[in-house]
Design a binder for this molecule. Structure first.
Ligand code: HEM
Ligand SMILES: *[C@@H]1O[C@H](CO)[C@@H](O)[C@H](O)[C@H]1NC(C)=O
Ligand SMILES: *[C@@H]1O[C@H](CO)[C@@H](O)[C@H](O)[C@H]1NC(C)=O
Ligand SMILES: *[C@@H]1O[C@H](CO)[C@@H](O)[C@H](O)[C@H]1NC(C)=O
Length: 347
């Protein structure tokens, strides 16, 4: 439009043809630039989470989230780990769209019932926060945003870092158990696979080693690592990359077929968000192969050793940054998806 108006005027004023052509070229160049700018704006708009998204529509939202989550976590600090992991599983499967919170239905087996669910906990905390929010501002705040904020609050309540959570996520309507295994790294992943699976989500090697530090809190079922203790290569052997003394200690806790016992991932401080994880991994005491293999890549190894040697000098800062990044994976914004009324059900 702009372009045609100018063109008309130029002709009208009887410029020399050469001048008119030059101006026309300039204008079409500018027009192209403008189109490119708009296109870029549009692309970034697809993930335009922002701070204070609910400032007008639900002013005290973050306070309600914190208060409700605090009521649960102060009574049961081990829930903090569960809530952090829930956000991770949400984001890696279909983006951070709350799909991990949906229940299965008669015709659909949801993520919750996929194999790697083995122990996801904390759904009741999210439900409680959601209903507290719905009481104040119904139909406004997404479950996906609530999960992102609760994960942040949970970490900060157990002496971890605090970070601002950009919001504006919308809730998805789809949740498929079949999408969990292809998207969530298994505990036996090697470093190549870990890097690939993180890259597929737009996360780099630094994010991988930093976010793995989430294993400084929480527990694991024996079944997630017994192969490393008893039958690593199928010849009744242990994983040589696991400290033999630690392996012996773990064999006492976990018998080969034990599916129920849980062990602390960071023994002694599994309820405190600290930098012990890197000390453990550097001493070959990481619980999973996915922890141990961080020593097999130059970048991740250097990071592990540096954090271990400096008592986590930059870990908490790095963790906050990578969490914000993880929280943006595949988000639905604008008019996509919906704002669920209840986190376990689509509207
Ligand atoms: C790098 C790839 C990862 C693998 C292979 C992995 C694997 C696992 C496994 C197998 C468990 C134990 C499940 C069980 O047996 O009960 C677990 C627990 C946990 N993971 Fe990861 N994880 C990874 C990344 C992450 C990330 C990025 C975070 C968060 C930033 C995270 C946070 C947690 C937490 C907090 C727990 C403890 C949950 C609880 O206490 O209920 N993990 N992870
Ligand atoms: C995990 O999935 C199994 C079936 O695949 C189901 O029986 C179990 O209840 C699920 N666990 C959770 C915590 O949702
Ligand atoms: C890493 O794991 C993948 C998938 O399990 C496998 O295909 C690949 O060969 C492994 N790479 C190395 C270097 O062991
Ligand atoms: C060890 O693994 C091999 C190969 O997977 C299997 O044939 C064997 O039965 C396992 N042994 C034990 C004690 O589980």
């Amino acid at each position: 439009m702009l372009y045609t108006t100018f063109e008309l005027r130029i002709n009208f004023k009887n410029f020399s043809l050469a001048t008119a052509m030059a101006i026309k070229k300039l204008l079409s160049f500018l027009f192209l630039q403008l189109t490119l700018c708009l296109l870029l704006l549009d692309l970034t708009n697809a993930e335009s989470l922002k701070l204070g998204f609910y400032k007008k529509t639900c002013p005290n939202m973050e306070g309600i989230v914190f208060k409700t989550a605090h009521r649960y976590i102060s009574r049961a600090p081990s829930l903090a780990a569960a809530l952090l992991r829930l956000h991770f599983h949400d984001c890696f499967v279909r983006g951070c769209d709350g799909s991990v919170l949906l229940d299965s239905t008669k015709n659909n087996k949801a993520e919750k019932d996929g194999i790697p669910n083995s122990s996801l906990r904390g759904y009741d905390v999210i439900d409680a926060v959601k209903s507290a929010i719905e009481n104040k501002c119904p139909g406004v705040v997404s479950c996906a945003d609530i999960l992102a904020m609760v994960a942040r609050d949970a970490v900060s309540m157990i002496h971890g870092p605090y970070w601002d959570v950009p919001t504006g996520r919308r809730d998805g309507r789809v949740s498929l158990a079949s999408e969990t295994i292809p998207n969530l790294p298994p505990s036996f992943a090697n470093i190549t696979l870990l890097k690939q699976m993180f890259a597929a989500k737009g996360l780099n090697v630094k994010d991988l080693v930093v976010l793995s530090g989430g294993h400084t809190i929480g527990v694991s079922h024996c079944s997630s690592f017994t192969r490393r203790l008893y039958n690593f290569t199928g010849n009744g052997d242990a994983d040589p990359s696991l400290d033999p003394k630690y392996a012996a200690h773990l064999r006492v806790k976990c018998k080969p077929e034990d599916a129920n016992t849980i062990v602390e991932m960071d023994p002694g401080s599994f309820k405190t968000f600290d930098e012990d994880y890197y000390t453990l991994v550097s001493k070959r005491r990481g619980l999973f192969q996915s922890d141990a293999v961080l020593l097999n890549d130059e970048y991740t190894r250097n990071y592990v050793k540096h954090q271990a040697a400096t008592h986590g000098s930059s870990f908490t800062n790095d963790f906050a940054k990578s969490m914000v990044k993880m929280g943006k994976i595949g988000v639905l914004t604008g008019r996509a998806g919906e704002i669920r009324k209840q986190c376990a059900f689509v509207n």
